[in-house]
Design a protein around this ligand. Structure first.
Ligand code: BDR
Ligand code: CA
Length: 314
């Protein structure tokens, strides 16, 4: 589609990352110029493979997939097999991908794409730890003013954390990278747990994917059946939070969400609260506003959009 918004999806699939990728590939408003994999939910060798599996599921094997950082900037990798299963994509039995992994490193791809594009042309959509994005900013600081916007899933404030009492997984895994990104000056839209915990994969919503009667619909239902198992027990809800697709939905239908501009800083020192995103929601400091923090979602509208778009895939 002429005028489609160009995005790079930086991701660690992950069942919810997978649904985010499917939504982006199914949406004519967006052009996915590349998918960059990072270590997070599972190690990099699995996340890059999972990204390719999902492109093939969507019937889009021409999508460019790159592998980036295999560990956080300064810390040992923490993974989340307890949530996503051993492969990161447990649930459906997806075939081994045949499409190639690109030779270029993901960080080089991000840098080269931004330098070659017009300023303000490329939006970054990080769905995992922010390692690749921070490395790209470090490698070529000239990319920073060229990024149109960073729309990311990460952090939490009113809801607390999901990997420690105060930290959300993506930020906790690489807090130093998150700090670089939040201080970069790039316009940021943040989808924290405060909003994603309102996007629950209830039985009715998952059945709607299955009832599409397509291979993508069936695989999505199987992914979510697996994914919600852990969270349902943890939170006592009907369904688990579908975090990462909120990022893509925001780009397509921002009217489904609401939030406000705030200062957000990442805790790097305290052992107790490492990786906490401290959001000045009530604006009690003079610290500069560096992120649009989303807190509310029209969850029925969001799942309606997902179902409508996934219906267009094979
Ligand atoms: C985030 O962590 C991962 O487990 C999910 O894919 C999501 O990006 C939620 O905290
Ligand atoms: Ca993710």
């Amino acid at each position: 589609m002429a005028g489609a918004r160009k995005i790079i999806i930086d991701t660690d699939p992950g069942q919810d990352d997978a649904v985010a990728i499917l939504l982006a590939l199914a949406s004519p408003e967006l052009e996915v110029v590349g998918i960059t994999a990072v270590a997070g939910n599972v190690p990099l060798t699995l996340t890059e493979k999972n990204a390719r599996k999902i492109c093939e599921l969507a019937g889009r094997p021409e999508t460019l997939v790159f592998a980036g950082a295999d560990r956080p900037l300064e810390r040992k990798l923490v993974t989340a097999e307890h949530v996503h299963g051993k492969t990161g994509l447990d649930g459906p039995d997806l075939p081994k991908p045949e499409m190639p992994l690109q030779d270029k490193n993901a960080v080089d791809f991000i840098v080269e794409t931004l330098m070659a594009a017009a300023p303000g042309e490329i939006t970054l959509c990080p769905l995992g730890p922010l390692t690749n994005i921070a490395l790209a900013m470090r490698q070529e600081p000239a990319i920073v003013p060229r990024i149109r916007e960073i729309v990311l899933m990460g952090g939490g404030f009113f809801e607390g954390g999901n990997i420690t009492p105060t930290a959300e997984f993506n930020i906790y895994v690489d807090p130093e990278a998150a700090d670089i990104v939040f201080r970069s000056g790039v316009p940021i839209t943040m989808m924290p747990l405060d909003v994603t915990h309102k996007a629950l994969t209830s039985r009715v919503r998952v059945d709607a994917f299955r009832e599409l009667g397509t291979r993508t619909g069936e695989a999505t239902a199987q992914l979510l059946d697996f994914f919600e198992r852990f969270d349902e027990e943890k939170y006592g809800t009907d369904g688990g939070p579908l975090h990462d697709p909120c990022v893509i939905a925001w780009l397509i239908r921002p009217e489904l969400f609401s939030g406000r501009d705030c200062n957000v800083e990442v805790e790097l020192q305290s052992e107790l609260t490492l990786g906490m995103t401290v959001v000045d929601w009530w604006r009690v400091t003079d610290r500069p506003k560096n992120a649009f923090v989303v807190r509310e979602i029209d969850a029925d509208g969001f799942f309606g959009l997902l179902t409508e778009r996934l219906a267009t895939l094979p």
